[in-house]
Design a protein around this ligand. Structure first.
Ligand SMILES: Nc1ncnc2c1ncn2[C@@H]1O[C@H](COP(=O)(O)OP(=O)(O)OP(=O)(O)O)[C@@H](O)[C@H]1O
Ligand SMILES: [Mg+2]
Length: 312
């Protein structure tokens, strides 16, 4: 059984224009995948394709419009919030805005533990200090406030806070992109070590394709709320077959050592309020055929991966 299973998940946000007309942003529009225990599931796609919306839906911070989420075979709707938070936690992109500046490091880290339990303060403090050691922060810093830490240290506080309930799954939503390049590798190495030591399962969202190539077991490529290609990491990176995946990889500076000719993806990202008919990528697709503007593609197994394009 998969640790996480997502079935036909949709999150549609209503948006009302100044003239009173309501339209929907289909931030997630029928996403299905599963994640095995202790693996890293990489998620890539341009800005606005729905990656953070997926993270929020999995955390229970956003209610799905339709579809189901299962943790260890159990429907997430049947889990109490506390149970869900022991299953899945998240670290955020920006360690500056995602933590409360008025709390001390140990309080920030222990906070998820304090919500449901009444323990003596010293127990929370001791547990927070254990977590600080785990993420490479000296426990002597426990009484400091966030502004006294560097960006990398703050992200470590965020990681400690996410781990204090011993979750099985950690969502890392662009965990290093707000950090100095020199610090990024340290935080990534810490995440990889924690995964090994604690047997964690990661959902890893990143713009940096070389990082996703490096750490993921499976990779999912999204475009405008849908999956375009999804499968084992080596299949996807060694031989991408969806024209969007190919374009995304060709446009990635971080994969440039493979092919030094970086080519931006042609055309503009369509408005999510008015996505094109048929295949939503067809207007930018170098391989598009006339029927692509009519027929909505669906995921099919081809060459060891699922791909949503009938012409490749
Ligand atoms: N609360 C909201 N109300 C309306 N639209 C929203 C809301 N949250 C997100 N969206 C829209 O949903 C789409 C998906 O957003 P999301 O934040 O999931 O993208 P993303 O893939 O995480 O992008 P990025 O790479 O920039 O972080 C975007 O078009 C966004 O504008
Ligand atoms: Mg995002």
């Amino acid at each position: 059984m998969s640790l996480l299973k997502v079935e036909d998940l949709k999150v549609h946000y209503p948006v009302t224009s100044p003239f009173g007309e309501t339209k929907y942003v289909k931030a997630l529009d029928g996403i299905s995948f599963d994640v095995e225990e202790k693996q890293t599931f990489g998620i890539v796609g341009e800005s606005g394709c729905g990656k953070s919306t997926l993270a929020k839906a999995l955390m229970g911070l956003e209610s799905p419009t339709a579809g189901d989420i299962y943790f260890n075979g159990k429907n997430a709707n049947d889990l109490a919030k506390g149970e869900r938070y022991k299953m899945i936690q998240m670290i955020f992109q920006d360690p500056y805005s995602s933590i409360n500046p008025r709390k001390k490091a140990w309080q920030l880290i222990a906070e998820p533990l304090m919500i449901n339990q009444q323990l003596p303060k010293k127990e929370y403090f001791d547990r927070a200090c254990e977590l600080m050691k785990l993420v490479g922060l000296r426990p002597e810093l426990a009484h400091r406030y966030p502004h006294m830490f560097s960006g990398g240290q703050r992200q470590r506080i965020g990681i400690a806070r996410a781990l204090i309930l011993n979750p099985k799954i950690l969502i890392c939503d662009e965990p290093v992109s707000a950090l100095d390049v020199s610090i990024q590798a340290q935080v990534l190495n810490l995440l990889m070590k924690l995964q090994d030591d604690l047997g964690l399962t990661y959902l890893f969202i990143s713009h940096d394709l070389s990082v996703v190539n490096h750490i993921s077991d499976k990779t999912m490529v999204m475009y405008l709320g849908k999956i375009v290609e999804y499968g084992k990491r080596d299949a996807i990176f060694e031989k991408p077959i969806h024209p969007y995946t190919q374009a995304l990889m060709a446009s990635s500076p971080s994969l440039a050592d493979k092919d030094p000719n970086i080519k931006p993806i042609s055309g503009e990202l369509p408005s999510p309020l008015n996505p094109p008919t048929g295949c939503s990528f067809h207007k930018r697709c170098p391989q598009a055929k006339p029927e692509c503007s009519q027929n909505v593609p669906f995921l099919e197994m081809k060459s060891n991966r699922a791909v949503s394009c009938p012409i490749v």
